[in-house]
Ligand binder design. Structure first.
Ligand SMILES: [Zn+2]
Ligand SMILES: [Zn+2]
Length: 251
């Protein structure tokens, strides 16, 4: 399995970082997780993919830095005559979004499957190449974290935006790689939690509790992330746009 970040920044971050959006290549399938503002540009321009390379889109929540890119993907999908299969929390109101943007006629390019978030791991989808499991994260709006198990035995979990929560620990158990948001640096816990986020040190702690070997901190804000006291149990993988993280190399 390979994870290719298209963007690694939070809603308020250096524009060069883009918004968090990940391509997961598993078997012969490509899954896009989250589609914030600028996802199409990142997909086409920076990372040389196209909408017809995507077999599935997983949306974690309705904040703009995770969903604002979806209408543009729908425009291009419609022009190619394809439909995008999209899963996300029931809270994501695509009808309202497309209507607000003045393009309700492009909504049929999205085949939306709403998920009712659960504090217990919920199997969302099983295909030949992968299984997708979701769990409720702890954010300011209804948010899902996703786990993808590949048929090759590899596994990744993406926390999405969340305060530190046992739900992510439970979801990530047994995975090689946890991609966890790290919006604040140590010492900013109070303000980070206020906005439904975690700090770098909390992301490290969740990774340790889940027993994953590798942590990808993501969703940076305005300051560079500081990772201190990481210890030996977990290694940090720095995500860079368009740069693959191959789980085969993370044994
Ligand atoms: Zn966000
Ligand atoms: Zn958010």
């Amino acid at each position: 399995m390979r994870v290719i970040p298209l963007g690694v920044g939070g809603w308020v971050s250096n524009p060069l970082l883009g918004n968090v959006s990940l391509i997961v290549e598993v078997g012969n399938s490509r899954i896009l997780i989250d589609a914030g503002e600028g996802t199409y540009r990142a997909l086409r321009g920076g990372c040389s993919f196209d909408v017809n390379d995507l077999d599935l889109i997983l949306i974690t929540h309705r904040h703009g830095d995770h969903v604002m890119g979806l209408p543009t993907l729908a425009l291009f999908a419609r022009s190619r005559g394809i439909t995008l299969k999209v899963y996300g929390p029931r809270d994501v109101d695509l009808e309202k979004l497309f209507d607000a943007l003045g393009i309700p006629q492009y909504l049929p390019a999205i085949d939306f499957h709403p998920i009712d978030p659960s504090p217990e791991p919920l199997t969302v989808l099983i295909s030949h190449d992968y299984r997708v499991t979701a769990i409720l994260a702890d954010h300011t709006v209804q948010t899902l974290a996703y786990r993808i198990d590949g048929s090759d035995g590899s596994c990744i979990t993406y926390s999405s935006d969340t305060r530190p929560t046992r739900n992510i620990v439970n979801l990530a158990k047994g995975c090689t790689l946890l991609i966890h948001e790290a919006s604040g640096n140590p010492g900013t816990e109070e303000v980070s939690h206020l906005h439904g986020h975690s700090t770098t040190s909390e992301a490290v702690q969740i990774a340790k509790e889940a027993g994953v070997k590798y942590l990808v901190p993501i969703h940076y804000y305005v300051e560079s992330p500081i990772l201190s006291n990481v210890g030996n149990e977990v290694s940090i993988v720095i995500p860079l746009p368009c740069t693959p993280i191959d789980t085969q190399r993370l044994k």
